[in-house]
Write a protein that binds this ligand. Structure first.
Ligand SMILES: *Cc1c(COP(=O)(O)O)cnc(C)c1O
Length: 371
């Protein structure tokens, strides 16, 4: 038998305090709570915590040799995405999910001494986490009561701001951000800040995209992903849409071969005409499932408030969210707890699943309502 070496913390001859070497911001970092890290991967669990699609498209790899490095930016993939979103190929960069786009922008535009990013909680957690990892200052300006931008406060806090992140529609609240406010921000930040619109869920309300404004505003960046409406979270494929100069800068910074060949292979297929029709059908299905979910949530006495959503998840306020969260977990239904999030006490974010999953969820909530 092969001998195994154990690194025993207490019995290590060359004991070093690794924290003396590591960066302080990393030691103090509270990392992103990845939905997949939780011990909920049992096959019989109903996973409604990561806004994934419950529908699985059937796509097969067409290649089986991988001895060569892949194309840095796969041309056919970019062509297909260009056809899909209506943006020129020169304005598209492929990334390892939208998450890589978020990080790449900070690495490209922010200097650690003075530069800042802005974002507007409650919102997606990765803007702050990437700033923390990279040691960049950030200013979290709470959004208004109705979860719109607090333009008055934002305008007073634009000094040294290089990037403004806006999630539209917003995760985890599900609402759209007023387009007029976004345009006002784009205007007043011309030549000073990049405005990034994270459109991870835009397929669920596609007429509200602002991709067409890329031509007009040189400081506009849009993030897209195949993880949500395209049902391909496991693929790790996203896109940055922006003017050519920004794309050129990002290309200098991104890793040399970021997109593995199998990823490009599958993504190209996912964007062909036939599969785009399937994607649109799936989006419509999920929007219908959402209606069923919301109608039934309204009937549960444990529910205090349901926030209207333009996405594939529904933010729901309970009278006691921690109790509900645990009770659902015990029954194998995993949702996302938002109780800790600014302004979201007693809220859970529930991803829209299949009708079967919704029925299970509702029947448990009704049981809990009858006590
Ligand atoms: C899921 C999500 C992402 C991450 O997308 P990936 O392409 O899977 O990295 C980015 N932004 C928001 C708002 C999201 O909800």
């Amino acid at each position: 038998m092969k001998k195994k070496y154990f690194l025993d913390k207490n019995n290590n001859k060359y004991k070093t305090n690794i924290n003396k070497i590591a960066k302080k911001n990393i030691i103090n970092l509270i990392p992103y709570q990845s939905a997949r890290l939780l011990d909920n991967s049992r096959f019989d669990h109903i996973l409604l915590n990561a806004n994934e699609s419950p529908i699985t498209p059937i796509l097969k790899l067409t290649k089986n040799t991988f001895n060569r490095y892949p194309e840095p930016q796969p041309k056919r993939l970019i062509k297909n995405y260009s056809n899909y979103c209506g943006v020129n190929v020169a304005n598209i960069l492929v990334s390892r999910g939208a998450d890589e786009g978020i990080e790449l922008l900070i690495r490209t535009f922010c200097n650690y001494e003075n530069d800042k990013i802005l974002f507007f909680p409650p919102t997606y957690g990765m803007y702050q986490i990437n700033a923390e990892i990279l040691g960049i200052k950030y200013n979290a300006i709470k959004s208004l009561e109705n979860w719109q931008l607090d333009l008055y406060t934002i305008k007073k806090n634009l000094d040294n701001v290089k990037i403004i992140y806006i999630c539209n529609p917003n995760n985890p609240t599900g609402n759209l951000i007023n387009e007029n406010d976004i345009i006002e921000l784009l205007e007043i930040t011309q030549g000073k800040s990049i405005v990034v619109i994270d459109e991870a869920y835009i397929e669920f309300c596609v007429k509200y995209t602002i991709v067409h404004l890329i031509e007009k505003y040189s400081n506009l960046v849009i993030l897209r992903t195949l993880s949500k409406a395209f049902s391909l979270a496991g693929l790790r494929c996203g896109f940055v849409l922006a003017n050519e100069e920004i794309i050129h800068l990002l290309l200098k910074v991104i890793a040399p071969y970021p997109i593995p060949e199998p990823v490009a292979d599958i993504a190209i297929q996912a964007l062909n005409r036939k599969n785009l029709i399937l994607m649109h059908n799936n989006v419509n299905k999920l929007i219908n499932n959402k209606k069923l979910l919301v109608e039934n949530l309204k009937k549960c006495h444990v529910v205090k408030n349901i926030f209207s959503s333009r996405t594939n998840y529904v933010l729901t306020k309970f009278f006691n969210s921690n109790y509900i969260f645990k009770a659902l977990s015990k029954k194998g239904i995993i949702v996302r707890n938002q109780d800790h999030n600014i302004g979201l006490s007693n809220c859970l974010r529930i991803s829209v699943g299949t009708n079967y999953e919704t029925t299970r969820l509702i029947s448990i909530l009704q049981e809990l309502s009858s006590y």
